[in-house]
Design a protein around this ligand. Structure first.
Ligand code: PHB
Length: 394
């Protein structure tokens, strides 16, 4: 017999054996079962608007693809986590154990997200973090099934440390909320700023989500630093920028921040935000075809301009899509999903980025200035900045 006949006989024999066996269980992918996405975001409290923008962005990406990713319909289960770390473990366990979600998406607050990362690591559930910057999530707590579409708290802080040093400031006071995001944002700032010869002379803080800034602003006025660096976000950022101006400090002591200070907040901050310089992985005026298409689609759907949170939500969905495409919609092939997503370029409105070995975006950090109602890009503060991923062994 020649080779071709042997091969054909082999196939016929296989076909005969297969016909005699009971039909295999159709996999969930073959059935076309829906993919359940557990959205754990704040719908109330100081970060409520951030949660809404993330959900809008995520849904927009899915909607642009007819409600399906890799041929599978997407179904949402939502939990309002209230940005409360004390409730986070119960909340995430409901999604994992009661709702049996296929993938977790959340959250905004670092403390909440760290509880999610722990539960994801313990259960093996896929987690995509669409905001919270807790350094540990892509550091000491890193895991193959945990990804981030946003940033680490270290990143914008580090970029701003270099900018503030270059602008000639030497003595800086920092002010923030006392929890992982604030501490780590200040930590990144201090690392770069002091490496460049500057000195953080005082670290001021108040508990999250308090907004009684007055005594701390009085202390800043008395200390008379060259400049102030801050991390605040959401409703707290709106009030801080207004209070800084009302205390007579605007125009006297330059205020710098991680870009959350002025993102999604400018309508409410009005002229008190004018001129502020911040660093972030997104900006207005990027003027790329990818960003323009996203902004047009977002504005048309939600009747408001997108912000950094909307981008991070959109990219979280995009990352899920990239992984799903690699496994033909079959989440049972988790190792292949993880390998594909780990090395894929993500075509974000912010600019294309890749993931670091610990699954955090390696990305340009823009320098932005508030002009009217926009965070206008005025340059790149730090090109392709990678979080060091300290403590991550993957
Ligand atoms: C965080 O808690 O990690 C956090 C919250 C709001 C932001 C950025 C980071 O805008």
């Amino acid at each position: 017999m020649n080779r071709r006949i042997v091969a054909r006989t082999g196939w016929l024999m296989l076909a005969a054996v297969a016909a005699a066996l009971p039909a295999p269980e159709p996999s969930r992918a073959a059935e076309g079962a829906k993919i359940k996405v557990g959205l754990m975001l704040p719908a109330t409290g100081t970060y409520a608007a951030l949660g809404t923008a993330i959900e809008n962005g995520f849904r927009l990406y899915v909607q642009e693809r007819g409600g399906k990713l890799a041929g599978r319909e997407i179904e949402f289960v939502r939990v309002d986590d209230e940005s409360d770390p004390a409730k986070a473990t119960d909340n995430v366990n409901k999604l994992i154990k009661r709702d049996h979600v296929d993938v977790l998406v959340g959250s905004v607050h670092s403390g909440v997200a760290m509880a999610m990362a722990k539960a994801a690591k313990d259960s093996g559930t896929l987690l995509i973090v669409p905001n919270a910057g807790a350094d540990a999530i892509t550091g000491s707590m890193c895991a193959p099934n945990i990804f981030r579409s946003s940033f680490s708290n270290w990143q914008p802080g580090y970029a701003m440390g270099e900018v503030v040093a270059k602008r000639g400031h030497r003595n800086v006071v920092t002010i923030t909320w006392k929890y992982a995001a604030g501490d780590e944002s200040v930590g990144g700032f201090r690392e770069a700023f002091e490496k460049a010869g500057g000195k953080v002379v005082k670290e001021l803080s108040l508990p999250f989500p308090n907004v009684e800034f007055q005594p701390l602003l009085t202390e800043i006025a008395a200390t008379k630093p060259d400049a102030v660096y801050t991390f605040f976000a959401g409703g707290g950022a709106v009030k801080f920028v207004k209070d800084y101006a009302a205390a007579g400090l605007k125009g006297k002591i330059p205020l710098y921040g991680a870009g959350f200070l002025t993102d999604g907040t400018l309508e409410a901050q009005g002229p008190d935000a004018e001129g502020l310089l911040t660093t972030l992985h997104y900006a207005d005026g990027l003027n790329t075809p990818r960003d323009a298409a996203f902004r047009q689609s977002y504005a048309k759907t939600f009747k408001l301009p997108p912000d950094v949170y909307a981008v991070q939500g959109y990219d979280a969905a995009q990352m899920l899509a990239v992984g799903l495409a690699a496994v033909n919609g079959d989440l049972g092939r988790k190792a292949e999903f993880i390998a594909a997503l780990g090395k894929a370029p993500i075509e974000s409105p912010r600019a294309t980025f890749t993931l670091s070995p610990s699954h955090n975006p390696v990305q340009d950090i823009y320098l932005r200035q508030v002009v009217g109602k926009e965070n206008k890009v005025i340059g790149v503060a730090s090109k392709a900045l990678a979080d060091p991923g300290r403590g991550c062994k993957l």
